[in-house]
Design a protein around this ligand. Structure first.
Ligand code: SF4
Length: 348
């Protein structure tokens, strides 16, 4: 179904679609606007297309949409949604999770890039469900479009921090980010689109070389390599200090700063030594640190108290590090960085 789907295509790809149908290429721009700016739910909303052209399009292409099959809205507007993206080649339903986070004037959407995740970070619920492959660009984009329609509000920020490792689905993630950034689409500033990786070294190099304009975040979670390897299996493939060197090169090339995401787990990564080592890392390159209290109870670990969060944050800020407590939004929906999918098991 993938290459016949009209959504998730660049203007260039849409030009090919219309050329193949022996239609003028200006139709590509019109279709791109309908799909990515006006968020058309069906081909009938392509009102500048004559009926005969809509019919011709329908005969050769599909125009699917993600379907909301479960949602958990909270009083503060935060909401986790489970979407169905149809069936995979074995006939199994493809389920993906997306979280709408509300914080003052910000409306941030945390989107998924894979079905489950091939990595298995020990604190992360996503890693516990079977990996089902990469999401196509249209499925990544439709999480955004369907959520805007569902909430009837626009978004200000996108974070690729839902299910999956975005840099293992590099092409589709970058393509989706470019379409979100396009001024014929939602025209979201690249500064408001953040891609978070657990540390896929070759993709960090590629991101730097291609001078991608989007923000980059590293899911750090433990500053000592050996202990990080116990929490995150990617550490064995791409050791932390190699990743830090690559990120430093990125900051030098791009002039941007890195965000370190740090899921706080009292027994695992909140000692004074851990804080001092984070300071050492954060001082090597322009950066900020987002502290996120654990949202899962995997391994029997518990969520840190507000006092524990404050004390840990204070060690960092006293050393001049920009460290923020991202504790509240998404907590009740088990959203927030790398901790989706916990309730799905219970639900099925
Ligand atoms: S934290 Fe991110 S990379 Fe690690 S298992 Fe979860 S989704 Fe995958």
């Amino acid at each position: 179904m993938h290459d016949t789907v009209l959504k998730g295509k660049s203007i260039e790809e849409l030009k090919t679609v219309f050329q193949n149908m022996e239609e003028p290429s200006y139709r590509a721009k019109q279709a791109f606007l309908r799909i990515n700016k006006h968020l058309a739910g069906t081909l009938d909303e392509f009102t500048e297309f004559p009926k005969s052209l809509r019919k011709k399009l329908e005969e050769n292409h599909s125009y699917p949409s993600l379907q909301i099959i479960h949602s958990s809205p909270e009083a503060d507007g935060t909401e986790k949604v489970i979407f169905s993206a149809g069936k995979d080649h074995r006939g199994k339903e493809i389920l993906i999770e997306t979280v709408w986070l509300v914080s003052e004037k910000r409306r941030t959407l945390c989107i998924s890039s894979q079905i489950g995740c091939s990595l298995n970070c020990s604190f992360c619920a996503t890693g516990t469900i079977p990996f089902g492959g990469n999401l196509d660009a249209w499925v990544i984009l439709d999480q955004v479009y369907e959520m805007i329609r569902h909430k009837n509000e626009t978004i200000t920020n996108i974070v690729f921090m839902g299910m999956g490792e975005p840099f293992y689905n590099y092409e589709n993630v970058i393509k989706a980010a470019r379409i979100l950034n396009d001024d014929s689409g939602l025209n979201l500033s690249a500064r408001h689109i953040t891609i978070s990786t657990a540390g896929v070294l070759p993709s960090i190099h590629r991101f730097t070389q291609e001078r991608q304009p989007f923000n980059l975040a590293l899911s750090l979670n433990q500053p000592f390599s050996e202990k990080r390897g116990e929490m995150m299996d990617i550490e064995k493939r791409h050791p932390l200090w190699d990743v830090i060197s690559a990120l430093k090169e990125y900051t030098e090339t791009s002039g941007k700063r890195i965000t370190f995401e740090y899921v706080c787990i009292p027994e695992m990564n909140m000692s004074e030594q851990d804080a001092l080592e984070i300071i050492k890392i954060a001082k090597k390159l322009p950066s900020k640190v987002n502290l996120i209290p654990l949202n899962t109870n995997l391994q029997g670990w518990k969520r840190p108290s507000s006092d524990e969060m404050l004390a840990f944050q204070k060690i960092l800020t006293d050393a001049g590090i920009r460290a923020f407590n991202r504790g509240s939004a998404g907590r009740n929906v088990n959203g927030a960085c790398g901790m989706l999918a916990l309730n799905r098991k219970n639900r099925q």
